[in-house]
Design a binder for this molecule. Structure first.
Ligand SMILES: CC(=O)SCCNC(=O)CCNC(=O)[C@H](O)C(C)(C)COP(=O)(O)OP(=O)(O)OC[C@H]1O[C@@H](n2cnc3c(N)ncnc32)[C@H](O)[C@@H]1OP(=O)(O)O
Ligand SMILES: O=C([O-])CC(=O)C(=O)O
Length: 371
């Protein structure tokens, strides 16, 4: 038995939800480029859960369910108020989403129908929790979700308490489409491992949030913004990035386990970053990002991943940087729950082996006789 570090190249499941073949990402066989240009996030969530794009009445039905479920139990909001000030946003999200299970009467109902309802509930409630957390820590009251609007609109509305600009809604909606699913990434794998024991969907999503939090995965978008803030100006890019490259430190937002010739989502976010900069009349973050990319591609041959340009986009949408990874979760919960439903359909416990590299042939020595 020989271990493959990081399970690189190991095919650990079959799935019909998303694929990465020759660098092309598809959701249910639809190229991400086409979905990013044409589909709404609600259509994509439906596609991931049900394997087909919704017709008008199916889409209306999903939107009505999202409206119905978006309010979060008052006890969960009360919990958010008790979290210590300065709580990490992803730790808060992980705790709050786990606690939602306690208030869902269907939490332990393992029928497919109940699990689909819970997937939609999680999708509806995650943005409400993130926005409420963000407001409570600023001493503001949470804003109740609005009915008849998109997930992207509702999140921005609940975050700010104001009607968001159409351009901001459109940009966030596209970002949600681009982040919705990604084959067997670490957080999705964590979700599948958890529910592979036949644990419930809330356990799976809680595991996934924990895995997404790390800076090698979803947490990289916040880390990119930390870097951009540290750099500050276009002139500082060169010395800052060169020093990191010379020390062989990682540049966040670059590289990928699967894509070696570039992440197909990055170009959409780069274009979005450029047009948001033009709209704001402030190209600083975009130009800094392009310069960082030129250096990292030039010297390391590493291309930007989905997290790199999303950082400048979200900042230009007025979103605080520690909400970037929670926004990733707002989108990815659609993919996580689709994978959880798929895992339940044809479940087998996920239990690989470890290559043992520890000592052998040891014998017990009484405590008194140990060195
Ligand atoms: C949504 C997502 O999860 S997308 C990924 C988000 N994560 C990041 O942006 C964090 C920065 N990137 C990375 O850490 C990595 O590229 C990962 C985690 C994404 C992929 O990791 P792996 O496939 O395990 O590659 P690994 O970390 O082993 O790197 C291989 C080599 O490339 C280098 N490398 C990889 N990424 C980077 C980077 N961003 N900056 C500089 N060097 C890098 C490593 O230092 C290593 O070099 P070495 O062989 O000389 O030691
Ligand atoms: O697939 C991965 O390893 C990480 C990633 O890009 C994602 O989850 O979107």
């Amino acid at each position: 038995m020989t271990a493959t570090k990081g399970l690189e190249g190991i095919v650990a499941a079959t799935s019909s939800i998303s694929s990465i073949i020759d660098g092309v990402l598809t959701y249910r066989g639809y190229n991400i480029d086409e979905l990013a240009e044409k589909a709404s996030f609600e259509e994509v969530a439906y596609l991931l859960w049900h394997g087909k794009l919704p017709n008008q009445s199916e889409l209306d039905g999903l939107k009505a369910q999202l409206d119905e479920y978006a309010a979060v139990p008052e006890a969960v909001i009360a919990g958010l108020r008790l979290y210590p000030s300065g709580s990490n946003s992803m730790a808060a999200l992980r705790t709050a989403i786990s606690s939602l299970a306690l208030y869902d009467a269907e939490a332990q109902d393992m029928s497919r129908e109940a699990n689909v309802r819970k997937a939609i509930r999680l999708q509806a409630q995650l943005p409400t929790v993130v926005a409420a957390f963000a407001r409570i820590r600023e001493g503001k009251e949470p804003v109740a979700p609005k009915k008849g609007v998109s997930v992207a609109y509702n999140f921005l509305y609940m975050l700010t308490g104001e009607e968001p600009a159409a351009v901001a809604v459109e940009a966030l909606d596209k970002a949600l489409v681009l982040h919705a699913d990604h084959e067997l990434n670490a957080s999705t794998f964590a979700a599948r491992v958890t529910v592979g024991t036949l644990s419930d969907i809330y356990s799976g999503v809680t595991s996934a949030i924990g895995a997404l939090k790390g800076p090698l995965h979803g947490g990289a978008n916040e880390a990119v913004m930390v870097m951009l803030d540290e750099i500050g100006t276009l002139e500082n890019v060169e010395p800052y990035v060169q020093a990191k490259l010379d020390k062989k430190e990682k540049i966040m937002g670059f590289g990928h386990r699967v894509y070696k010739n570039g992440d197909p989502r990055a170009k959409h976010l780069q274009a979005m970053s450029k047009s948001l900069g033009e709209l704001k009349g402030d190209m600083r973050l975009y130009e800094m990002s392009v310069k960082i990319e030129d250096m990292v591609v030039g010297q390391k041959g590493l291309k930007p991943n989905v997290d790199f340009y999303s950082a400048s986009c979200y900042t230009m949408l007025g979103i605080p940087r520690d909400l970037f990874t929670p926004i990733f979760a707002i989108s990815r919960v659609s993919g996580w729950t689709a994978h959880i439903l798929e895992q339940y359909e044809d479940n087998r416990l996920i239990r690989p082996r470890a290559e043992y590299v520890g000592p052998v042939g040891q014998h017990y020595v009484a405590v008194a006789d140990r060195a």
